[in-house]
Write a protein that binds this ligand. Structure first.
Ligand code: ZN
Length: 54
């Protein structure tokens, strides 16, 4: 059985095996780690909002 990466934020299992090249994964943030799609979208929505804060 292949071990899957867990989301670094919510701990939910992602579809990406631990031995998968990070360049081939989606939702991976360098220096942070693997995120699930929900947390990734959440993070980017926040980032987007922050950009428009003055
Ligand atoms: Zn997550």
């Amino acid at each position: 059985m292949m071990e899957k990466e867990n989301c670094v934020i919510c701990g939910k299992e992602t579809p990406y095996p631990k031995d998968m090249n990070i360049e081939q994964r989606d939702n991976y943030i360098e220096g942070v780690g693997q995120l699930c799609i929900d947390c990734y979208i959440d993070l980017y929505n926040k980032k987007y909002r922050d950009n428009f804060k003055t």
